[in-house]
Write a protein that binds this ligand. Structure first.
Ligand code: HEC
Ligand code: HEC
Length: 339
């Protein structure tokens, strides 16, 4: 074949041939990629040890996502001691089970079980991230990892309070009391034995209490530290329902999607049986801002008028957008009266 006949050979095949040839190739690539994806996804779910550079790649992906979406806002509550205390409460019940009590990603119930493992928030990459990036990650979570998004449980102020507390864990906030993690007593066997799936509403409510992890903050019988001790300024059903639904002051909100009305009713019945609800064990009918003797406030208090000084502002730290926390207020006689 000389050069001319070769040219004629290829010319003769244009243009329909090329179109078929190229689209055939494309279909081939898509089919191979599809089969690959079908095999890779199940394999990824069994992948349990870090490859070289994988951690670096993961950190890069998280940083890029947070940088692209996070914006540039700096923490409006960075130097607010009340927020720091609320952030510590929220951290204790919502983050410590994965990231550890001190934020270093070890020693927690789930820290060893997760892959990728929960990040060390007390230093390293997390310390280098901006406030806005930490805020974005906490609010939205990270897909394909165990990191949940908290937009449904905490409003923006509560998330900024969490970010302030992360800075404290990183040693960037001088506060001797918040740098010590809170110790919430683990439920005792007797406390756990109160839970039952059938029987009276209080027993069912106890089961809901533990299933929803209320004990991670409030202890097995409302005996948590500091303001996490349940004191029940009002035993009114409407008040207790309102608190759980709206989550004021650093408590997460439990929406109808998380907790049905029926379950919440049993939970309320259970809470009314707790010793603190009956005026023992530190209850004494004190108003909400009061603290049991001998439990210093986690963050503020020394010198300054501490958290709870002004009743009105207290609800700012939690409740998702749109929640009506004012509905909880009338049931709190003396809230904001100071200590
Ligand atoms: C169920 C376990 C779990 C809980 C609960 C959890 N996290 Fe995470 N978190 C993770 C995991 C796993 C990662 C690591 C994801 C990865 O590999 O990039 C992570 C990553 C993060 C990061 C990114 C750190 C970085 O620099 O890459 C931040 C910030 C964070 N979590 C904050 C929080 C806060 C604040 C809370 C509580 C409000 C919380 N997390 C609760 C599992 C959890
Ligand atoms: C992440 C921590 C956290 C979790 C989890 C949590 N709470 Fe709270 N809760 C708080 C904080 C903080 C307050 C506010 C305390 C204050 O300001 O005195 C609070 C307040 C309350 C109050 C108001 C009465 C009082 O004595 O302060 C009730 C009732 C209550 N929580 C019940 C529950 C129930 C029921 C659950 C589970 C469905 C739950 N909490 C889960 C942190 C938490």
């Amino acid at each position: 074949m000389n050069r001319l006949t070769r040219l004629a050979f290829w010319r003769g095949r244009a243009p329909g041939f090329w179109r078929t040839f190229l689209s055939g190739g494309l279909v081939g690539v898509i089919v191979v990629a599809g089969i690959g994806a079908l095999l890779v996804a199940p394999w990824l779910l069994t992948h349990r040890s870090m490859w070289p550079l994988e951690r670096k790649f993961g950190n890069y992906a998280v940083s890029m996502a947070a940088r692209l979406h996070g914006g540039t806002k700096s923490n409006p509550l960075a130097i607010n001691r009340q927020a720091l205390e609320r952030g510590q409460y929220a951290y204790t019940g919502s983050c410590a089970q994965c990231h550890g009590a001190t934020g270093d990603g070890t020693g927690a119930a789930l820290s060893q079980a997760l892959f990728p493992p929960a990040t060390d928030l007390s230093g390293g990459d997390a310390a280098e991230k901006s406030d806005a990036e930490l805020f974005w990650i906490t609010k939205n979570g990270l897909s394909f990892t165990a990191m949940p998004g908290f937009a449904g449980q905490y409003n923006d102020d509560a998330i900024w309070a969490l970010v302030a507390y992360l800075r404290a864990l990183q040693g960037k906030q001088s506060s001797s009391s918040t740098s010590r993690p809170l110790v919430v007593p683990t439920p005792s066997a007797e406390e756990l034995a109160r839970a039952g799936v059938s029987g009276d509403p209080a027993a069912q409510g106890a089961a809901v209490y533990f299933a929803e992890n209320c004990q991670l903050c409030h202890g097995g019988s409302g005996n948590g530290p500091g303001e996490l001790r349940l004191r029940f300024p009002s035993q009114d059903d409407a008040y207790l329902t309102c608190v759980v639904r709206n989550g004021p002051n650093g408590m997460p909100a439990y929406s109808g999607a998380m907790l049905s009305d029926e379950d919440l009713a049993t939970l309320v019945a259970f809470m009314k049986t707790l010793p603190t609800a009956q005026g023992q064990g530190g209850g004494e009918g004190r108003p909400l801002p009061g603290r049991p003797p001998g439990t210093p406030p986690a963050g503020g208090g020394e010198g300054r008028p501490g958290p709870g000084g002004g009743g009105g502002g207290r609800d700012a730290y939690s409740s998702p957008p749109g929640a009506d926390t004012s509905a909880c207020e009338p049931q709190r006689p003396g809230a904001g009266a100071g200590r």
